[in-house]
Design a protein around this ligand. Structure first.
Ligand code: ADP
Ligand code: MG
Length: 208
């Protein structure tokens, strides 16, 4: 993933017919913060996540708030800070485009929770369930049991727009981290950073 401070261009695809044609990562991905500290706004939420990253004692968490406020970004950044090179084997990320019905919870999530992964002391495997409020209550009940059974080795991070759509027994097992809409000023300043890094004014506005 590209860092906000050191944006990267991907290599041209091998089949590229013109040497001047480069595939560019969409800016929304290219400038997705890779460190919790670089997430803009929501200072309370961000500082709570920074404490978790620093101390390493990850609870089960629910990140709730409107779309596009940095929930997925924050949890991915936290996973990297906690697990670094172990992320590949120690993190399972399922988003709304994955089936997360009761069978997936019973099979895929449970299998991952059972998997033995050697991690540094005090670290846990992490299951990220994006847009968890779209999971059926049957799937959430199964999730709750998996959460209980594998609490020694596995933590869960659920992102959702509305935490009230998460069943109460899961809510009560999770720390709730609330995100709210960014201010116009916060968004504007982030956009200006991107414009500057992409030299948009120089590239597109010369002579106008
Ligand atoms: N707080 C933020 N700080 C910096 N970039 C953000 C923030 N929120 C969203 N973005 C940008 O918007 C994109 C989508 O954000 P995302 O974390 O997926 O939002 P959510 O999960 O809350 O819907 C990210 O890739 C990032 O480029
Ligand atoms: Mg998201």
């Amino acid at each position: 993933m590209a860092s906000s401070s050191a944006p990267q261009h991907s290599s041209p695809p091998p089949s590229s017919s013109s040497s001047s044609t480069y595939y560019e990562i969409p800016w929304v991905e290219k400038y997705r913060p890779t460190k919790v500290a670089d997430v803009v706004g929501n200072t309370d939420a961000v500082s709570r996540l920074q404490v978790i990253a620093r101390d390493g004692n990850m609870p089960n968490i629910i990140l709730s708030g409107p779309p596009g406020t940095g929930k997925t970004t924050s949890i991915l950044a936290l996973a990297h800070e906690l697990l670094g090179p172990h992320c590949r084997e120690a993190v399972l990320e399922l988003n709304a485009s994955d089936d997360r019905g009761i069978d997936v919870v019973r099979n895929r999530i449970k299998m991952f929770a059972q998997k033995k992964v050697t991690l540094p002391p005090g670290r846990h495997k992490l299951i990220i369930l994006d847009e968890a409020d779209s999971m059926t209550s049957g799937a959430q009940q199964a999730l709750r049991r998996t959460m209980e059974i594998y609490s020694n080795t596995t933590r869960f991070a659920l992102a959702c727009n509305t935490s009230s759509k998460i069943i109460e027994p899961i809510q009560s097992r999770c720390a709730l981290v609330r995100f709210s809409r960014l201010s116009d000023q916060e968004i504007l300043s982030r956009l200006l950073t991107v414009l500057e890094a992409e030299k948009v004014m120089e590239r597109f506005c010369i002579g106008t």
